[in-house]
Design a protein around this ligand. Sequence first.
Ligand code: PMP
Length: 339
Amino acid sequence: MEKAAQSVINWDGMGLSILEVSHRSPEFEDVVLKTQLLVRGLLSVPDHYSVLFLQGGASTQFAMVPMNFLTAGKKASYLDTGYFAQKAIKEARLFGEVEIVASSKDKNYAYIPDQFNIDPQSAYIHYTSNNTIEGTEIFDFSAAGVPVICDMSSDIFSRKINVNDFDLIYAGAQKNMGPAGMTLVIAKNEFLEQAKKEIPSMMDYRVFRDNMSMYNTPPVFSIYVAMLNLLWLKDQGGVSGIEKRNIEKAKLLYAEIDRNSLFYGTADAAHRSRMNVTFLAVNKDVEARFLKFAADRGIVGIRGYRTVGGFRASLYNALPLSSVEVLVNAMAAFEKIYS
Ligand code: PMP
């Protein structure tokens, strides 16, 4: 962030701000190239995949995916695992038939359904790898028999993935990659060729692929800061280095939730997210008191989303283990006082 701040005033001693430099300048083209290479290196993206930087957030991808791939006479399959999966489903329905292969709505999305069939005629199956609000995560992407599309907005770069398991991955940048404003897409070139032909340019993945993500003015500052952040990630031992720390952070917090008599986790143990830890207090009084107790100790941003309630602690890459320790210690101290 210090480097980003400095570059807003004077980027690499050029006497120009990163905010005013032309996106067609060789210096910025170099940033785009470097960022793409960092994405490729960190996630071991094979050569026959394209790395694209788009705009409109992951929410635009909810529509762009079916606009490109839900072709006439086909249907698309979706796994309904929560709030953002539902949003993706809603948009897909505007473009054609949608089949929901399974849903965990029956238990307020506290688990990931693992028994379902996908119609082999489906245009694709859509997954949400990490359910940001409900605190569940998919760890097994077994062969689907149809193209696999995955919304990885809230767990990309947090753990190793096998890009070959997917035909298209998308992610809003703002969790583990950089500032909001850019959306990462990693897509198999062969799959992109299956897209419908008549698509507005700004919604056509191939237009971005053929123009180095610069068909129009790209989100210059977001891409630049993402590059700095991915350099930081590389310094942390890359994705496998950060994954070890993310496992450690999640283990520590879940262990306290399971031990502490005043709290309990909402997600099924096998599907607990390492990025978003959701938990409830035994009653509303404890919940309100702990929120205050935590705030008094500088712990903020842990209130759960209204559909789940309770608490949600997000443990994205940038959060150090020491912050999790502060929360865990506060939970233990609160238990001593309260019970
Ligand atoms: N999908 C998931 C899993 C998310 O967590 C979010 C945002 N929190 C979105 C989609 C929507 O992303 P955006 O705000 O970039 O449109």
